[in-house]
Write a protein that binds this ligand. Structure first.
Ligand SMILES: Cc1ncc(C[n+]2csc(CCOP(=O)(O)OP(=O)(O)O)c2C)c(N)n1
Length: 659
């Protein structure tokens, strides 16, 4: 059939058997208490991974799902390392940091299984963007379930992949259920492949229990994708034979459904019958293959059992990649430019020297809403290195993460920090976690720029200063420069750091002008700046509130003789504990001015840090001045009332001095 030779046919068969034996063994081990966590088995779906992946080249990529063992095995994973990962052992693929649902093997093009339904689809498109940008001809196959085809990421990504003609094969494994919910209740169409037409790409449905049909269809689609046709959607129909997870009581499904499927459609039995009746396989050869597979699986179990667990004292390793930058903070000089120009100059500098830097975001070709990317599209290629995205925040941020996983450095623009809420999945579940979860296999150098801040009557959905939530989450660094000088030096540090950095720019700073050296310089992340020295009270702040604080310090000195030291944090994570300690030990008074809200905020963190680092030094209660605990109002009178200001800072400090 289809001109496949015996070796190829038997290798398909062997792969399917390898997956089946692995999964059956995992079930036993799981029920025996050897494998922790959850396992989602792939039995009944073997023909899909096998058919699709055999149609790929070795150097092609895949992304996988929570039900991913089969995909990895078909891609050629070392069973020992996969099994050890399921056990949570140091010798596992991800060094025990990921487990069954998150296995990664970058070396063989497995860009990750994924526990967040649908997200592998966006990451795959990002990998494909990097492939296309580099002018390579690899294809990325992304596997996902029928349930995932209802996620926003699926729809956003198909749209972008189609517009950008990305080399992605979307493979929907329609196993008739998403957890307990049958497809009849969750799909608006009778075939997921019909959804392709909404995105102007080819959509095909095949019998996912027929490995040859899957293989031949995938092969045709992969060839077309590799030749530049753009993405396609392949839906493969099968049945999830096991529960959603092992231990699932499965009360929701008809009793005889699985037996009937296995009787009539078991993909392995069907293929075996085909091979035997066409003279490609006999019993002796079958036994030989089965014994070989059995031995491999048993050896994998032995390996996993005998492997060590990770040492407890390594629990924090792999959260961040180490950055080795050369830092300098040259004198400011006499040239003055605006904050927008400073950010642009840094970005332009980096793009002009390194072709691995690209920019993604809404309206970035035209200049971006704040003008930061003005002129860059003309210089570096509109929609090549400066890429306009549809309004698909989760999707394009995931694509940025995927492209970063594949080796690009990606600057992502979100015009308002409030819109970052739409990209929380991309930022928290992926940018922040994937390095750790992959046991250090991924590096995710993305720089997410966003405009924070109130004070321009933009109202609650365009005014948030939401830095603290990013600070709270491991895996991210958070930067919020307050001056053009710092913006340039910190931008270069952030884009070169090798970690995901949330780079927050305050709207009221964009037009502010200040001295910026023309030369290249890199300001270290995690180093605060004492913007005004003083001996009576320490004011700690960041971003636009630096300027209100400096004004307040000036008035305090001139009118009341109070000498305030003003510290600009510049980087919110990691925090510069040393500078805080030294200042408070000198002044013994602490006021934190934070445009974010109070609870669990930057101000709380600064106060906690000071208590830890300089316990007993404060001679009065620490003061925090935050935005009032309400969404930012529209009306100027209300907005002024709610925000920290020079007047509020002066008043608070006078109270501290009992004036
Ligand atoms: C975003 C998200 N929502 C919900 C879940 C919980 N969950 C895990 S798998 C799953 C079902 C997924 O169904 P489908 O995409 O069809 O894949 P299948 O499990 O059938 O292989 C659900 C609801 C999740 N992990 N991620």
């Amino acid at each position: 059939m289809g001109g496949l030779d015996q070796d190829k046919l038997l290798s398909l068969y062997e792969t399917m058997l390898r997956i089946r034996r692995f999964e059956e063994t995992v079930a036993k081990l799981f029920y025996g208490g050897e494998i922790p966590g959850f396992v989602h088995l792939y039995i009944g779906e073997e023909a899909i991974a096998t058919g699709v992946i055999h149609a790929l080249r070795k150097d092609d990529y895949i992304t996988s799902t929570h039900r991913g063992h089969g995909h990895l095995i078909a891609k050629g994973v070392d069973l020992k390392k996969l099994m050890a990962e399921l056990y949570g052992k140091e010798t596992g693929l991800n060094k025990g940091r990921g487990g069954s649902m998150h296995a990664v093997d970058v070396g063989i093009g497995v860009m990750g299984a994924n526990g967040i339904v649908g997200s592998g689809i966006g990451l795959a498109a990002g990998v494909a963007l990097a492939v296309k940008y580099r002018g390579k001809d690899n294809v990325v196959a992304t596997f996902f379930g029928d349930g995932a085809s209802n996620t926003g990421v699926f729809h956003e990504t198909l749209n972008m992949a189609s517009i950008w003609k990305l080399p992605v094969l979307f493979v929907c494994e329609n196993n008739m259920y998403a957890a307990t919910v049958p497809v009849k209740k969750s799909l608006s169409v009778d075939r997921v492949s019909k959804r392709a037409s909404a995105y102007n790409i080819e959509g095909v449905t095949v019998d996912g229990t027929n490995v040859l049909e899957v293989y031949e269809t995938a092969e045709k689609l992969v060839k077309e994708i590799r030749n530049g046709k753009g993405p396609a959607l392949l839906e493969a129909l099968t049945l999830r034979v096991r529960g959603h997870f092992e231990g699932d009581p499965q009360h929701y499904r008809p009793k005889d459904e699985v037996d009937e499927f296995l009787r009539e459609k078991d993909p392995i039995v069907k293929f075996r019958n085909y091979l035997i009746s066409n003279g490609f396989l006999n019993e002796a050869r079958d036994n030989e293959i089965r014994s070989k597979v059995e031995k491999e699986v048993l050896e994998a179990v032995e390996f996993a059992r005998n492997s060590p667990y990770p040492k407890p004292d390594t629990a924090l390793e792999y959260t961040y990649s180490e950055s080795k930058l050369t830092y300098k903070e040259p004198p400011p000089g006499s040239r003055a430019i605006t904050y927008v120009e400073a950010v642009r100059e840094a970005l332009d500098y980096e793009m002009s020297r390194y072709d691995d830097v690209i920019v993604l975001g809404e309206d970035v070709v035209a200049a971006g809403v704040w003008g930061v990317t003005k002129g860059l599209a003309a210089k570096y290629g509109a929609d090549v290195r400066v890429i306009d995205t549809p309004i698909s925040e989760d999707g394009f941020t995931l694509i940025a993460v995927g492209a970063a996983m594949a080796g690009l450095r990606v600057v992502v623009e979100h015009r308002f920090a409030d819109f970052l809420y739409l990209a929380m999945n991309a930022i928290f579940n992926h940018a922040a976690k994937l390095r750790y979860m992959s046991g250090g296999q991924f590096k995710i150098p993305i720089l997410v720029r966003a405009a924070i801040g109130a004070g321009i009557s933009a109202a609650a959905q365009h005014s948030s200063t939401n830095a603290s939530m990013f600070v709270n989450h491991p895996g991210l660094k958070v930067v919020a420069p307050a001056t053009p000088y710092d913006a340039k030096g910190l931008f270069l540090a952030s884009i070169r750091d090798g970690n995901p950095v949330i780079f927050l720019e305050h709207k009221k700073l964009y037009r502010m002008s200040g001295p910026v050296p023309e030369e290249e310089y890199v300001i270290p992340l995690g180093k605060a700046s004492v913007k005004r020295e003083g001996s009576d009270v320490t004011i700690v702040t960041y971003s636009y509130m630096l300027h209100e604080s400096l004004e307040a310090a000036k008035e305090l000195k001139e009118r009341y003789g109070i000498d305030a030291e003003v510290i600009d944090l510049r980087t919110l994570y990691p925090l510069d504990r040393k500078t805080l300690k030294e200042s408070v030990e000198k002044t013994m008074k602490l006021v934190v001015v934070d445009e974010g809200w109070g609870p669990c905020g930057i101000s709380s963190e600064v106060i906690a840090t000071v208590e830890e680092e300089a316990f007993g030094y404060l001679d009065s209660r620490p003061v925090r001045i935050n935005t009032g605990h309400a969404p930012i109002p529209f009306s100027p009178t209300l907005e002024k009332e709610i925000l920290p200001s020079k007047e509020k800072i002066v008043r608070s400090i006078l109270t501290l001095f009992r004036r």
